[in-house]
Design a protein around this ligand. Structure first.
Ligand SMILES: Nc1ncnc2c1ncn2[C@@H]1O[C@H](COP(=O)(O)OP(=O)(O)OP(=O)(O)O)[C@@H](O)[C@H]1O
Length: 255
């Protein structure tokens, strides 16, 4: 059973997912009928135990995992049949958990590669905007990306995704392997991105940190959306630990 979660605000959703069924083999779908709306400027944390299907869900939304049923719409337009690279042009950017930068290229080269899909006149202004948002990167554009810290690499990965000026930014565990200080830095960056009106869908194992910046949290279990609530409500929920244990029973299946 899936739970449809619509934003409480009157802002129309920029991303609409309906009845999404997806995975690696059609006979064995991992994502089994998920509905979700995300509004501009909203951060939605996708939570749940290991193997719940969180990564598969966001990858299917990004178009990098096959969809077997349901629909993904961006700005009211059905993009379900669009391959991943065209969804990027449509305004949907995805930051994978790993291999999200080219370590042997410089910071600037990493950004230039992404800017390559833009009209020539937009490329430098977008790179300048990225450097303005990430001064740590802008201060040393010719540094080889492999020399960056884990948190700085995540920032570069995020900067790369933002080059196309997306409406929706999807991140798969941006805090994985980072120290608490770097987690803080990365999440602070995401808050600044949100302030520009970008909608953010965030898969996180780091539940408390994710809920500290998210507007809403959705809990997946066994490929289904089991619970959805404002982040503040989830933060205050004494059952929060059960999110990781797969036994989250709080008012499941109630919208
Ligand atoms: N490339 C793949 N091919 C086949 N099955 C996969 C693949 N990637 C993931 N799976 C399977 O899909 C299921 C869900 O995995 P997924 O990574 O989406 O879960 P998750 O909730 O993100 O887990 P975690 O929190 O551990 O990262 C698991 O059973 C996993 O084995």
């Amino acid at each position: 059973m899936s739970v449809s979660q619509r934003p409480s605000s009157a802002t129309p959703p920029i991303l609409e997912v309906r009845g999404l069924v997806a995975g690696y083999e059609e006979s064995l779908p991992i994502v089994r009928g998920i509905d979700l709306d995300v509004s501009p400027g909203e951060i939605v944390a996708v939570l749940g135990p290991n193997g719940a299907g969180k990564s598969t869900f966001v990858k299917a939304v990004a178009g990098v995992v096959p969809t077997f049923g349901g629909r993904v719409s961006l700005r009211g337009r059905d993009v379900t049949a669009r391959p991943a690279h065209l969804r990027v042009s449509d305004g949907l950017a995805f930051v994978p958990q790993t291999e999200n930068i080219f370590a042997s290229l410089t910071i600037l080269e990493n950004l230039r590669l992404c800017a390559g899909i833009l009209p020539a006149a937009l490329r430098q202004p977008r790179i300048d905007a990225a450097f303005a948002m990430f001064p740590d990167l802008g201060s040393r554009p010719n540094l080889v990306a492999g020399a960056l810290s884990g948190g700085q690499r995540q920032m570069l990965a995020t900067a790369r995704a933002l080059i196309v000026d997306p409406a929706v930014l999807i991140l798969d565990e941006p805090s994985a392997g980072l120290s608490p200080k770097l987690v803080h830095d990365v999440f602070e960056t995401l808050e600044r991105v949100r302030e520009t009106g970008v909608a953010i869908l965030l898969v996180e194992q780091n539940v408390r940190a994710a809920l500290s910046i998210a507007d809403r949290g959705v809990v997946l279990a066994e490929g289904r959306l089991r619970h959805a609530a404002p982040a503040a409500e989830l933060r205050a929920d004494p059952n929060l630990g059960a999110l990781f244990l797969g036994s989250y029973d709080h008012a499941e299946a109630t919208p």
